[in-house]
Design a binder for this molecule. Structure first.
Ligand SMILES: [Zn+2]
Length: 108
């Protein structure tokens, strides 16, 4: 493989001798660890690129303004983004209604 990509060349330059030995060791065994690492990185990048408003599914651009709500307890922490305050408000209203229902159900 010829390395035409400058970023990849730079990445290789930044690796230590030990890093390179680890990488070669993995590649000799089929490269599964390297592949897993690359795949998970790709998924994370795609998540950011494909970010959409949780209410109206409008695409959210990294450079533009949007709102992100992180909620739930530590076991089921959720993160959702919204294109504007209207969508955020709509969503928090749903959350409020759900909480109200839960409280009312507990009283019964
Ligand atoms: Zn929206």
């Amino acid at each position: 493989m010829s390395m035409k990509n400058q970023n990849l060349k730079n990445l290789m330059e930044s690796l230590t001798y030990l890093d390179l030995m680890t990488l070669r060791n993995d590649l000799e065994k089929g490269g599964m660890a390297t592949r897993t690492l690359v795949e998970s990185k790709i998924r994370k990048k795609e998540e950011i690129l494909n970010r959409k408003c949780a209410v109206c599914t409008a695409p959210l651009h990294k450079e533009g303004t949007f709102y992100t709500l992180e909620f739930g307890d530590k076991d089921v922490r959720k993160k959702m983004s919204f294109c504007g305050l209207d969508c955020l408000e709509y969503f928090t209203q749903i959350l409020k209604d759900i909480q109200k229902e839960e409280i009312e159900n507990e009283r019964c």
